[in-house]
Design a binder for this molecule. Structure first.
Ligand code: NDP
Ligand code: OXD
Length: 309
């Protein structure tokens, strides 16, 4: 009998206890899911940042820590964590992110606000260009970025990806390195940031890189707040160089009430809802990884701690 410790908030427990138990049974795992256990008896830890668990050292038998979150910046640097760490790759989370990115891209591409909020009843028959005339830069071409890039490309947006390592064979042209970033930004009218937060990605969009964008470009950030230098973004918005920023993630969450993003006319704030991990599908992913661990197979979605993601 395996012992699986659930280290996450009460709300997470209410959402996940039944789907996890169901997924364990479905996978033929003989496992007890619990919120309290002798650390030395724990085989796997299901973890979310809402958990108070910070010291992983006593969990000497634990074979893996399985994150409910895709982004692992709040646990990856924990010096007590010596067990393998796996991040969440959930097909339903990916689906949600594609919907958020496509929806907000189309809002800006079609200029929907002009007609939805039109108190002076202005009859403005200006038509937007076609998607094929609206280049998009997708910063981050991993699980989420690639799915979003493909969805936008299917609508004819010319999408250029950017990743840490060279990437071919995805059907989307992809650049890498500093020169690649600069090339992607120079023509992008819409930029989507789906990078993990690591020391290398902090302030990827800063005064210098924002200045490379064409006048009026739009930023969508469902990645992490730290990918953008807030002050530089506000200055570029004030100057009209950046047309709009739709931001889902922030350096401090919830976004403080007095933060200028709340009231800026060119900023849309969404409260970290771009893509939620969905309990039924995520539980199947967790069960599959435990089954792999028990079969001596390599874990899926294992985090590389030196890279930080
Ligand atoms: P992945 O790990 O699958 O992909 C990360 C991508 O970023 C890869 O393409 C990687 O390049 C690239 N990358 C990493 N470091 C650099 C760098 N220094 N320079 C250029 N590219 C870099 O992550 P996911 O796609 O699953 O998730 C991305 C992020 O989305 C998460 O880390 C999280 O922060 C955020 N997220 C937000 C949610 C929300 O609701 N707002 C929900 C879920 C996730 P390479 O391919 O070469 O490795
Ligand atoms: C995640 C998130 O990383 O929701 O899963 O941001």
């Amino acid at each position: 009998m395996l012992t699986v410790l659930f280290a996450a908030s009460d709300a997470n427990w209410a959402e996940y206890a039944a789907p996890l138990r169901h997924a364990f049974a479905e996978s033929g795992l003989d496992a007890t899911l619990t919120r309290e256990a002798d650390p030395q008896a724990v085989d796997y830890i299901v973890y979310a940042p809402s958990s108070p668990l910070q010291d992983f050292a006593p969990y000497t038998r634990c074979k893996a820590v399985l994150s409910l979150w895709a982004g692992v910046e709040r646990i990856v640097g924990n010096p007590t964590l010596t067990q393998p760490l796996c991040r969440m790759v959930d097909p339903a989370l990916t689906e949600g992110m594609v919907e958020w990115v496509v929806g907000h891209t189309l809002r800006h591409h079609l200029g929907m606000d002009r007609h939805i909020v039109n108190p002076s009843r202005l009859w403005d028959p200006t038509c937007p260009p076609l998607a094929r005339e609206r280049p998009v830069a997708m910063l981050g071409m991993g699980e989420l970025g690639l799915a979003c890039a493909r969805a936008l490309a299917a609508l004819n947006f010319p999408v250029t990806g950017w990743s840490r390592t060279p990437k071919q064979g995805t059907g989307i042209p992809c650049l890498h390195g500093q020169a690649g970033l600069e090339q992607a930004l120079r023509t992008a009218q819409i930029v989507v940031t789906l990078l993990p937060k690591t020391p290398d990605t902090e302030n990827t969009l800063n005064a210098r890189s924002l200045a490379l964008l064409p006048q009026g470009a739009v930023i969508l950030n469902p990645g992490r707040g730290a990918l953008i230098d807030d002050e530089a973004l506000l200055a570029a918005l004030d100057a009209g160089h950046i047309g709009h920023a739709t931001l889902d993630v922030f350096r401090t969450e919830p976004l403080p009430q007095d933060h200028p993003f709340w009231t800026h006319p060119r900023v849309t704030v969404t409260p970290h809802i771009a893509a939620d991990t969905r309990a039924p599908s995520a539980s199947r992913v967790i069960a599959a990884n435990i089954r792999r661990g028990e079969a001596g197979e390599p874990f899926l979605n294992r985090v590389d701690r030196t890279r930080g993601y």
